[in-house]
Design a protein around this ligand. Structure first.
Ligand code: HPA
Length: 280
């Protein structure tokens, strides 16, 4: 139906999970998946790298073409736990469909992942933000974009009409606030709006989003966390405010600013993630 083939998609998911299991060895049992956003590849500093797998070597697995995304899956350990790090997610704006964009979440679920920590670079809309600061996402607005769960439901993962009342786990949000305040890291809670990209927003779009209560805007994360919640995976998400959103100042937006500031934030984000993993 409309190009959706559940069986072919499930085969790709299971084959990718099998490839990772074989590469990682029989003892690898990840319960936590960490996703590094644009320019944040360095977050693997918080964990011990056991093995790196090139996304391109995994059969049927989508490979990122976005700058600042290096297309690797990292078999890692942190705080005595097995971790799966996704370094280089794929985005809708690259031309991938939502099933490809969210495929790693379902692969992680098949591998046994129960918690996901997602990071992204975002533009700050709220007056409380200036680059470089951090936001623990408490909720999102997703309907400006293609629905992540469109197509015949994948019943093995979750229900057709999943509840979205608490996608971002309150316990993880409180943990992040606690860790940040104990360590002098400027992290606040906020609402994230997902836009399809790849163009940045116009000042008029940002004014509209602000009226809707948005604190930050970005081009990733939301499809994946919708799928994570569909699979019953608990989610924490951290935005790095890398720039003022369009029209907040007179400055033009650039990918260079986003990647440079994300790179500067990578160590602190890694620290937050490492401390959160200790508590999970
Ligand atoms: N808008 C959309 N995506 C982004 C931004 C932004 O201002 N900054 C980083 N990613």
């Amino acid at each position: 139906m409309n190009g959706f083939d559940n069986q072919a998609y499930l085969d790709r998911i299971n084959k990718a999970a099998e490839y990772i299991r074989e590469a990682a060895g029989p003892d690898y049992a990840p319960t936590i998946c960490v996703v590094s956003g644009s320019g944040l590849a360095d977050i693997s500093s918080f964990c011990e790298v056991v093995k790196e797998i090139r996304a391109a070597d995994i059969p049927g697995y989508p490979v990122s073409t976005a700058p600042g995304h290096d297309g690797k899956l990292i078999i890692a350990r942190s705080a005595g736990k097995d971790i799966l790090v996704i370094s280089g997610r794929v985005h809708y704006y690259e031309g991938y469909d939502m099933r490809d964009v969210t495929m790693y979440v379902r692969v992680a679920s098949v591998l046994g992942v129960k918690s996901m920590i997602v990071t992204n670079a975002a533009g700050g809309i709220s007056e409380m933000f200036k680059p470089i600061q951090y936001m623990a996402i408490t909720d999102h607005i997703s309907f400006l974009a293609e629905p992540a769960l469109r197509g015949p439901n994948l019943d093995g993962f979750g229900v057709r009409f999943p509840d979205q009342s608490e996608i971002y786990d309150k316990g993880y949000i409180n943990d992040l606030l606690d860790i940040a305040s104990a360590n002098g890291i400027n992290l606040t809670k906020g609402l994230y709006v997902y836009t399809k990209g790849p163009q940045y927003e116009t000042p008029a779009e940002i004014r509209m989003l602000k009226l809707c209560g948005a604190d930050a805007v970005g081009m990733s994360t939301v499809p994946e966390v919708i799928v994570a919640s569909h699979c019953g995976i608990k989610v924490a998400a951290i935005s790095v405010i890398t720039n003022f959103a369009a029209g907040i100042t007179n400055a033009k937006l650039s990918e260079e600013e986003v990647l440079t500031n994300a790179g500067k934030a990578a160590r602190e984000v890694g620290f937050l993630i490492g401390k959160l993993i200790e508590r999970i």
